[in-house]
Design a protein around this ligand. Structure first.
Ligand SMILES: [Zn+2]
Length: 457
């Protein structure tokens, strides 16, 4: 239970919370642009100041890129520790002409705050700071130990986070991690994400003759690499949408009946998705609903393909080489290294004679599954119910969040709480990014509730 005094404090401070958020959003901390380097640093210092004002022992840790802010306030040695992760950098705002108002001059309209970073991730991360502030305005101590890790390179794939985690393992020790960098299932339906898909990303090159050949002089005696590649790609999927690689499905934890019932109960809007995508039909593995296929079943997609002549007019050649990029989304308990091996073995076995094949592994991440019976997850569910006035639904997410794998692998923390306060249509990474202020305040309330729920009574 959140003490009443804290609830009153939060209610009385709504306007100030928003004003402070606006000043955070005014800092153009675009991590990918070197000309914004000093702005990114200013955002880091802004967060550091907030932490210091909350009595955290906090520091800026320089990296070869943008600094990491880390702080802790461990008032209760015998109580659990929550690690909060967020990022203070933002995506570039371009295309600027599509913004109705300037991206770094945030404004309030129709109950939303509009501006780059509103939901991803400044607005969502800021809820943690304000909840902590409200608690400390009334109580002398936080109900649990809190550590806060905020990086400035999330939007450029966190190149310096892994080394930081490895060299600060003891400082970062925690019982659970909370991340609010996603969204609710949909506006008004809060969610806890308990599973993420993994990724295998490979590049294939098919090589034939050592140079492009005259198709009249040499046609009929060599394997054409573009056609060989097409043959290979055509054999990756069965007509029913199943992936044809032998052994691919062996390690998958099957969806249980109760889970399928629950997903069906979410009433996923199929027609809405079609019209959003501008397609006549949805496709994919038979026997599964679209929501299951896009979050809980593995997939294989060709991401790009090249080879031969594609300029204007005709050029009669047999190309020397061709290539493609292929990604596979993986589900619990598939392992990306094992899948890469199976892919290689299968593709080699179906490669036509007369060409050679090279496979390069580009990226990999294992899928994540957090047990819903776990005490921290249960605490988060109760906290969200208090903050949003309704119990969260449990959802699987189709994408991967590399930071989650890092936290699991480097720090060994299994309880990862993915709690999104935003909405899927907030326009993260898009023009006119926004965040509903009611959700911002509900997020603050949920965070306060979470700190109390995690505290043993
Ligand atoms: Zn983000």
């Amino acid at each position: 239970m959140i003490p009443q005094g804290i609830l009153n404090k939060m209610d009385g401070s709504r306007q100030r919370y928003v004003d402070e958020l606006l000043s955070f959003l005014r800092i153009p901390s675009v991590s990918t642009y070197s000309q914004n380097g000093s702005d990114v640093r200013r955002a880091a210092e802004w967060v550091l100041n907030q932490l210091k004002r909350l009595g955290f022992q906090a520091k800026l840790y320089p990296t070869e890129g943008h600094p990491i802010v880390f702080g802790e306030r461990c008032d209760m040695p015998d109580r659990p520790t929550l690690l909060i992760y967020g990022h203070y950098d933002v995506q570039p705002p371009e295309p600027l002409e599509e913004w109705r108002t300037p991206p770094f001059q945030p404004i309030i309209q129709d109950g939303y705050v509009y501006g780059r970073g509103a939901t991803d991730d400044k607005g969502q991360f800021f809820t943690y700071l304000k909840a902590i502030e409200a608690i400390l305005a009334v109580e002398s101590k936080l109900p649990i130990n809190v550590k806060i890790l905020v990086e400035g390179e999330e939007e450029i794939s966190s190149p310096h986070l892994a080394p930081f985690l490895s060299s600060h393992q003891t400082d970062l020790k925690a019982d659970a991690v909370a991340i609010s960098d996603g969204s609710q299932f949909m506006q008004g339906i809060p969610a806890i994400t308990y599973s993420l898909r993994g990724l295998s990303y490979l590049q294939m090159e098919v090589n034939g003759p050592q140079f492009d050949l005259h198709s009249g002089v040499f046609g009929g005696v060599v394997t054409n690499p573009v056609q060989a590649l097409a043959t290979i790609l055509g054999k990756l999927l069965h007509p029913d949408g199943r992936i044809a690689i032998p052994g691919f499905y062996d390690d998958i934890v099957p969806l249980e009946a109760w889970e399928r019932d629950e997903m069906a109960g979410l009433r996923f809007d199929e027609e809405g998705l079609k019209s959003y995508l501008g397609v006549q039909d949805l496709a994919g593995e038979t026997g599964y609903t679209p929501l299951e296929r896009k979050t809980a079943r593995p997939t294989l997609d060709v991401n790009g393909i090249w080879g031969g002549f594609s300029g204007e007019g005709a050029k009669t050649i047999i190309p020397a080489k061709a290539g493609a990029k292929v990604s596979m989304r993986l589900v619990p308990n598939q392992n990306f290294r094992k899948i890469n091996g199976l892919f290689r073995e299968y593709v080699e076995s179906i490669t036509p004679a007369g060409v050679t094949l090279k496979i390069k592994e580009l990226h990999g991440a294992d899928p994540v599954l957090v047990s819903r019976d776990e005490v921290h997850v249960q605490a988060a569910a109760k906290a969200i119910e208090k903050g949003f006035g309704r119990a969260p639904v449990f959802i699987r997410e189709g994408g991967s969040i590399p930071i989650v794998n890092l936290l699991k692998e480097v720090l060994g923390i299994e309880s990862i709480l993915l709690l999104g306060w935003g909405s899927p249509d907030d326009g993260a990474h898009s023009p006119n990014e926004r965040f509903l202020l009611d959700d911002f305040h509900r997020g603050i309330r949920s965070v306060a509730a979470l700190l109390y729920e995690l505290s043993p009574s």
